[in-house]
Design a protein around this ligand. Structure first.
Ligand SMILES: Nc1ncnc2c1ncn2[C@@H]1O[C@H](COP(=O)(O)OP(=O)(O)OP(=O)(O)O)[C@@H](O)[C@H]1O
Ligand SMILES: [Mg+2]
Length: 242
């Protein structure tokens, strides 16, 4: 589904190497967790995958489509939920959803069905007529999630999705992620919470200082953590965060 090869990115004219030669593959039907402490390079990697930040080196390929060579073709199939839901404040919720629906060319019947379904799950259906500037942080996040899910993506990419959601919404989102993968779609999300990754993910990559230091199922990672001191330290650091 998604293949990343040799991806690197520096900031400040090369002074800060945020992402350093990362390669990984997300398979069809898989929930893939991107786990790492603050500043590890998670957001930078995600922005390069979704076409927001040009890589210094490396490739991002979605089912044979190079995201940076054929951006429109790739983006049609990806939904991205950023860590901060900064959206058009002056639209109402439903105007925003229709704007996204127009961009993705979603038929009206499908649009209504999906909006009803997801806004009901996230309990924002009664607020869709209100202006977005009146929404709480969590409501904005749920609106962005509804919009992202409305497009029925093959690859769903989320940056720290559980932050800012209450336990019930967080639970619902996890259920939706699992359902999507059962339908053969793929989910890639970042987190610094080990417990979330452990419970939800089929496979995990651990990133630290811009480098992937381990990859596999949580069980595999735990086993190798006993042998590898760096991995053990990361685990401790991530456990402290919880
Ligand atoms: N615009 C920028 N200019 C300079 N340095 C940046 C910029 N964005 C990120 N960095 C640096 O790049 C590194 C990786 O940042 P990134 O935001 O990718 O980490 P992250 O894993 O998403 O962290 P967090 O868990 O805090 O969200 C950090 O050292 C950060 O300070
Ligand atoms: Mg981040």
């Amino acid at each position: 589904m998604l293949k990343i090869e040799g991806l690197s990115k520096s900031y400040n004219k090369g002074e800060i190497k945020a992402v350093d030669n990362i390669s990984l593959e997300v398979k069809k039907g898989e929930i893939f967790g991107f786990l790492g402490p603050n500043g590890a390079g998670k957001t930078t990697t995600i922005k390069m995958i979704v076409g927001l930040l040009k890589p210094d080196e490396g490739e991002v390929v979605l089912d044979g489509i190079n995201v940076w060579d054929e951006p429109m073709k790739a983006k049609e199939r990806i939904s991205y939920v950023p860590d901060n839901p900064e959206i058009y404040d002056r639209l109402s919720g439903v105007e925003y959803l229709n704007f996204i629906g127009d961009m993705y060319g979603i038929r009206t019947e499908v649009r209504i069905k999906k909006i009803d379904y997801y806004s009901e799950i996230f309990k924002i259906n009664d607020s869709l007529g209100d202006i977005i500037s009146s929404y709480s942080h969590g409501m904005k996040q749920k609106l962005v999630l509804t919009a992202a899910l409305m497009t029925d993506p093959d690859l769903f990419i989320l940056d720290e999705p559980m932050v800012g959601l209450d336990p019930k919404s967080s639970f619902n989102l996890k259920e939706i992620m699992r359902e999507m993968c059962d339908e053969g779609k793929s989910v890639f999300f970042s987190t610094h919470v080990m417990e979330v990754a452990e419970k939800l993910c089929d496979r995990i990559a651990i990133i630290n200082n811009g480098k992937i230091i381990a990859m596999g199922s949580m069980e595999e990672l735990r086993r190798s953590a006993k042998e590898k001191e760096s991995l053990e330290n990361i685990f401790l650091e991530l456990t402290d965060n919880e």
